[in-house]
Write a protein that binds this ligand. Structure first.
Ligand code: ADP
Length: 409
């Protein structure tokens, strides 16, 4: 069975085609600058065990045009990997917000699309693009099953005492204001990898996804998310590339009332100018790392603050879980930045968390799970490469298999 995984943004479209018999990626790529001039598609495909790559410079007025080009590439003689686009059995779509209703991966129907649309006020940056991607993909691959995998779904097990905000009930009941959490696909995937790697089906773990966006998740011995650091939106919790993470709401009132900064500008400051960029001068940890090596004080402060915030959540989630067996670092910073992991884990020996500094450094860029704790550490510290696309493909595959199992005869 071949499954195409789609992650649609407002002007970009990422895709990966999986062969589910062996989980191998047959082809992958990204279409960028959709709807603006100067578009291009960077396409890679598997030939005799190695990936070949080609870049197509082509303007794509909309997502339909992008899918036409991508499906053309997938069946083309020189860069193709399938005979006909009907060889794709299913398309798995990343959808950011599934609200309270969608707690599982869903076969996409009109009702599911309507729900994704109704959730736009809760995810104004992501759900509209996800929906455009679904509609365009349905046209491009009319004979495939289309399946939505929601970023929020994994967190549906978070209990009410953790997901509610202590504000009047009507804001929850009428306005759906509560914590939802995101990055569920990644948290679920790395947790599953850790369960396999440690051969512990009752693993209690704290997963730490540190990409451009960043979040943490407490996962109990049943594999359920019971707390997560992003909330109603993606601004809460950890310090991120350009987002502030947790901030006292009084700061926002002060900015508006006393500093007379318009609300749109405040939003922009907290979402786009804060985090590592605001403290260290770049949203890319590699830049901050270079500045740190040169002895730059802001870069040092940036790592200290970044690590301190993670450390606070490790403490909180250790309490929520009544002890964790493992903490797991993943995503761009989590997998590749030993310094960030160092500052997140230092001074946690009272919780049984002790890093092996050499293993931490050699644990960068892992292809498989690696352990980086010292011999005296009671808690395993793992670095595990995330693979949200594979998780989406696996989820879609499961839905397809369930359909076959349930079909008569
Ligand atoms: P996204 O949230 O967009 O999926 P990623 O998980 O790919 O992001 O993480 C991207 C971030 O990872 C970059 O902005 C950078 O800060 C960090 N990163 C990537 N490679 C490295 C590296 N080799 N060393 C340190 N940080 C890195």
């Amino acid at each position: 069975m071949d499954i195409l995984v789609i992650n649609a943004g407002s002007s970009s479209l990422k895709y990966q085609l999986f062969n589910m018999e062996d989980g191998k990626v047959l082809a992958k790529g990204i279409a960028e600058r959709i709807g603006v001039k100067g578009g291009n598609i960077n396409h890679s495909w598997m030939r005799q065990g190695a990936y070949l790559t080609k870049t197509l410079d082509i303007d794509m007025p909309d997502h339909h045009a992008a899918f036409d080009e991508i499906s053309g590439l997938l069946v083309s003689k020189d860069a193709g990997i399938i005979q006909h686009k009907d060889d794709i059995d299913a398309v798995g779509h990343r959808v950011v917000h599934g609200g309270e209703h969608y707690t599982q991966t869903q076969k996409i129907t009109d009702a599911v699309k309507k729900a994704i649309e109704e959730l736009i006020p809760l995810a104004p940056l992501h759900n509209p693009a996800n929906l455009i991607g679904i509609n365009a993909a349905e046209k491009a691959f009319p004979n495939a099953a289309h399946i939505a995998v929601f970023d929020t779904a994994f967190h549906h097990t978070v209990p009410e005492k953790a997901f509610r905000y202590a504000i009047p009930e009507k804001y929850y009941l009428q306005d759906r204001i509560r914590s939802y959490g995101f990055h569920g696909t990644s948290h679920r995937y790395v947790y599953g990898q850790a369960v396999k790697y440690l051969n512990n089906k009752k693993l209690k773990a704290i997963t730490i996804h540190l990409g451009n966006g960043a979040s943490m998740c407490a996962i109990n011995e049943k594999g359920e998310s019971v707390e997560t650091s992003m909330g109603f939106g993606p601004l809460a919790g950890l310090i991120m590339g350009t987002r502030s993470g947790d901030i006292d709401p009084s700061v926002i009132f002060h900015m508006a009332d006393e500093l007379k900064i318009p609300l749109e500008d405040i939003k922009n400051v907290l979402n786009k100018q804060s985090g590592m960029l605001g403290i260290g001068g770049s949203n890319d940890a590699r830049d901050i790392g270079r500045l740190y090596e040169e002895g730059n004080k802001n870069a040092l402060l940036c790592y200290e603050m970044y690590g301190h915030r993670i450390k606070k959540y490790i403490g909180a989630y250790t309490a929520v879980l009544n002890g964790a067996d493992a903490i797991i670092f993943t995503a761009g910073v989590g997998e590749n930045d030993a310094l960030a992991r160092h500052y997140a884990c230092e001074g946690l020996s009272a919780l049984g968390i002790v890093l092996d500094e050499a293993a931490n450094v050699s644990g960068n860029h892992p292809e498989e799970p690696v352990e980086i704790q010292s011999g005296s550490s009671k808690v395993k510290i793992l670095v595990i490469p995330t693979n949200e696309e594979l998780e989406i493909a696996l989820q879609a595959y499961q839905v397809m298999r369930d359909r076959v199992d349930k079909s008569p005869g």
